[in-house]
Design a protein around this ligand. Structure first.
Ligand code: DX5
Ligand code: ZN
Length: 214
């Protein structure tokens, strides 16, 4: 299992400490949640903070843009040296073009689905993306309860990937913890994002290990 801890649940007054923990840990990526107060009803952090994080973090960056018109920021995400750029299906008018532009910028491209967006809408883009991020809560906040129907979505997506020969990874984000993670692994998830489960723990590196071993 790949693990991408979400910095949203870190101590923003002491990010260096949490980034050093991530660098030492078995985490595969660092998940960064950008919010604009328009696409989601919250604002997190923007590029000045991301640039500082990118300077210190040794893990590949998994950037999740919860913003309208994410295509306007491809160059800025590229300049961070990001590994993966996640854009929301609901935020992209020309998703195929945006995915191509992310690839032209040398990054992996992921499409993210809100809880209400059906997996079947990916039928004509699934071969073009490197990853699908299924939101297992409504985006905008950490610490929310896992939406049970997400497990069916993961199974449907796994079936679509196998049927089409797509190479896309399946990532999930929201409400991932010791109870939901094993069920998600069984349903066919490749990458777990976890915020409060990791950063809310006394032994965050142990929690990362627990998820990695699934
Ligand atoms: C929510 C973000 C998540 C968030 C998950 O909109 O996309 O990445 O940090 O938080 P937890 O793991 O606490 O549900
Ligand atoms: Zn996220």
């Amino acid at each position: 299992m790949l693990v991408s801890p979400s910095l949203l649940a870190a101590d923003f007054a002491n990010l260096q400490k949490d980034i050093e923990m991530i660098n030492r840990s078995d985490a595969d990526w660092l998940h960064l949640d950008v919010m604009d107060g328009v696409f989601v009803p919250n604002i997190s952090f923007g590029f000045p903070v991301l640039e500082a994080v990118a300077r210190h973090c040794k893990k590949p960056l998994d950037v999740h843009l919860m913003i309208v018109e994410p295509e306007k920021f491809i160059r800025q995400v590229q300049a961070l040296g990001a590994y993966m750029m996640n854009v929301h299906y609901e935020a992209c008018r020309h998703l195929h073009r945006t995915i191509a532009e992310i690839h032209e910028a040398g990054m992996k491209a992921a499409v993210t689905l809100n809880p209400h967006t059906p997996v079947c809408l990916l039928e004509d883009i699934i071969r073009d993306v490197d990853m699908v991020l299924i939101m297992t809560v409504n985006p905008g906040f950490g610490g929310q309860a896992f939406i049970e129907h997400s497990l069916d979505k993961v199974r449907m997506l796994r079936e679509m990937i196998e049927r089409t020969g797509s190479k896309a990874l399946i990532e999930v984000d929201g409400g991932v913890n010791g109870k939901t993670a094993p069920r998600l692994a069984e349903a066919g998830v490749d990458v777990l994002v976890a915020g409060s489960y990791v950063f809310g723990a006394d032994q965050p590196e142990e929690r990362i290990k627990t998820l990695k071993n699934l």
